[in-house]
Design a protein around this ligand. Structure first.
Ligand SMILES: NC(=O)c1ccc[n+]([C@@H]2O[C@H](COP(=O)([O-])OP(=O)(O)OC[C@H]3O[C@@H](n4cnc5c(N)ncnc54)[C@H](O)[C@@H]3O)[C@@H](O)[C@H]2O)c1
Length: 305
């Protein structure tokens, strides 16, 4: 399979970053968004990413804008859907894509939470449908989870992974279409325990964050949890699990503390309070810290590639 023409549906937060990834990788990219203003703003937003990453911004010239879906996807070899997280909207788009794309084009959804099988449930033939879960911001975070749903043709998985790797992404294969795929399952297992620690009075929210950032979190970007088990000895993990697992939180619904925090309107940095209190200066500093970290990492990765 060759992928010369890429189409991206939705030029929002994820879509414009996904488009930049492929344009930077030398591909022709067609973007479709029904919102004319968002569409028109895409080239400038994409150029900003090229400049941020100290890349040759002429790559923006490989991006075409389309206000018509059929024109955007007609000659695409693969389509990345990044429209709002709404099941009916995504179902309608993939039904339209079946009629508007080449019969061999791969159709990929960037859904963060909807099962790929549900998105394709009404399609007679869902063999071309696959999940490609980019992480935010897609131009800075290397990971893309490629999700093989029950009806996905297994033959399209490897070419999709190869395409993503060819433009510098770290593409991994989720062999089953489970909720949260791989990364969000682990992330939310950690959040459940973090909330339980606060709810049960063991420590406050600030302490939870410090323990991660100044403790085991320091290791995580250079050594994953299973590599770490191998480092210290898998028997040690077994011994710890024998005593610890029965005591960990096993809530099967959102915890009371989370619900109460949301019900109180404490929605996070944007309103000055979430699990923790935020002045506007503290919130800006936290956002900058995250952004600088991701940008520095992405620049270093590009230099070493
Ligand atoms: N934001 C994140 O952190 C994140 C991370 C991973 C995955 N995702 C997923 O990516 C998808 C897009 O999220 P986002 O944050 O970019 O949303 P967004 O709201 O920023 O952008 C969505 C864009 O889609 C456009 N749109 C609406 N209807 C459309 C249609 N019929 N065809 C084409 N475009 C249409 C909108 O005009 C908008 O510009 C969602 O499924 C989301 O769950 C988001």
């Amino acid at each position: 399979m060759t992928f010369n023409k890429i189409a991206v549906l939705g030029a929002g937060l994820m879509g414009h970053g996904i488009a930049q990834v492929f344009a930077a990788g030398g591909k022709s990219v067609a973007i479709y968004d029904p919102d004319g203003e968002v569409l028109a703003a895409a080239p400038a937003r994409i150029r900003e990413i090229f400049e941020l990453l100290e890349l040759d911004a002429s790559g923006v010239d490989r991006v075409e804008l389309h206000g018509d879906l059929g024109e955007a996807v007609g000659d695409a070899d693969i389509v990345f859907e990044a429209v709002p997280e709404n099941l009916n909207l995504k179902r309608k788009i993939f039904a339209d894509l079946m009629a508007l794309t080449k019969p061999e084009a791969i159709l990929a959804s960037n859904t963060s939470g909807l099962p790929i099988g549900d998105i394709g449930a009404e399609l007679e033939d869902a063999s071309r449908l696959i999940g490609t879960h980019f992480w935010n911001p897609p131009h800075l975070v290397p990971l893309v989870e490629v999700i093989q749903a029950e009806r996905t043709n297994p033959a399209i998985v490897e070419p999709t992974i190869e395409l993503l790797r060819s433009v510098g992404k770290t593409a991994v294969h989720a062999k089953k279409d489970v909720p949260g795929f791989i990364g969000n399952r682990m992330q939310h297992a950690l959040k459940r325990e973090a909330i339980a620690l606060v709810e049960n009075g063991i420590c406050d929210a600030e302490t939870v964050d410090l323990v991660v950032k100044e403790g085991f979190g320091m290791r995580l970007s250079v050594m994953g949890p299973l590599e770490n088990s191998d480092l210290v000895g898998v028997d040690l993990t077994l011994a710890i699990h024998e005593t610890l697992l029965a005591d960990l939180d096993r809530s099967t619904a959102p915890q009371k503390l989370l619900r109460e925090t949301v019900d109180a309107g404490h929605l996070g940095m944007n309103v000055g309070k979430g699990f923790r209190d935020w002045t506007p200066e503290q919130a800006d500093a936290a956002r900058k810290r995250m952004r600088d970290h991701l940008v520095n990492y992405a620049r270093a990765r590009l230099k070493s590639s």
